[in-house]
Design a protein around this ligand. Structure first.
Ligand code: ZN
Ligand code: ZN
Length: 259
């Protein structure tokens, strides 16, 4: 069984949930986590997770949305996360590529999410783009204060971020980007990440892997990313499925493995 550790099932491209889940199941994807990016996602992701046993969800604010959510308090995040199927905090982090929100607002909210993840002992789901140094600085400083669990989702950064994250107990998730022709440097970074710290995801409806690149993505396509990851790590795809699934349930320990 594969787990899609990060997708956005409440987005319009994935609106036919029953069909999306049926195709996922046919591709061996038995569990998925649908991720919040803003306040208006909280109710829909929890509704999806409540309706379907194989769906879990997260509560958090994407760095793009940091500015309009500057007012969101730790208390509000704690209250929203108090739900049996909320297993992670995020996605949060830093995106200096698009910089849709000022860096200061992104950093403040990132730190607030870490505090919430730490209090609830839930993993923090980190989005980091063109912000490796600041991401490492915030993670390391916060970790030294007091440990917490985290995942760098849709990892597409330098080996520096991967190595520093692994050093302080972090996990690294591979998306369809690792299948793209131009991603050799990224594949080289993944070659250096220990197997026991790897997860897979789609980030659907974005980032469809080859051979579906450019089309809407869906959880079923986790299988293409797992296949490529198996090649990078020189192990059988069945082993990548087993290991990344074990890693998912170790990290997101509030989720229950179906078998
Ligand atoms: Zn993201
Ligand atoms: Zn996402």
């Amino acid at each position: 069984m594969l787990v899609d550790s990060h997708c956005h099932l409440n987005y319009p491209d994935l609106a036919d949930t029953a069909a999306v889940l049926a195709r996922a199941k046919a591709a061996g994807v038995g569990v998925m986590q649908t991720i919040s990016t803003q306040r208006s996602d909280f109710a829909p992701v929890k509704a999806l997770a409540t309706a379907y046993p194989e769906i879990y969800c997260s509560i958090g604010i994407h760095p793009h949305e940091a500015e309009p959510h500057e007012d969101i308090s730790e208390e509000e995040l704690l209250r929203e996360a108090d739900h049996p199927k909320v297993i992670g905090i995020g996605e949060t982090g830093l995106d200096y590529y698009y910089e849709h929100s000022p860096r200061k607002a992104q950093q403040e909210l990132f730190k607030r999410h870490i505090a919430v993840g730490r209090q609830l002992d839930l993993p923090v789901i980190v989005h980091s783009r063109d912000a490796d140094e600041d991401t490492v600085a915030i993670l390391t400083e916060a970790y030294q204060e007091s440990p917490f669990r985290f995942l760098i989702h849709c990892f597409s950064s330098s080996s520096y971020l991967a190595e520093k994250s692994v050093e302080i107990g972090g996990y690294i998730s591979a998306s369809g980007i690792i299948t793209f022709k131009k991603s050799q440097a990224l594949r080289d970074s993944f070659a250096g990440v220990p197997l026991e710290r790897l997860l897979v995801e789609t980030d659907s409806p974005y980032l469809a892997p080859e051979p579906h690149r450019g089309k809407p993505c869906e959880p079923a396509y986790t299988a293409f990313t797992a296949q490529r990851l198996a090649e990078i790590k020189s192990v059988a795809v069945e082993d990548i499925a087993r290991i990344t699934t074990e890693n998912f349930f170790r990290l997101f320990s509030k989720a229950k493995c179906p078998q």
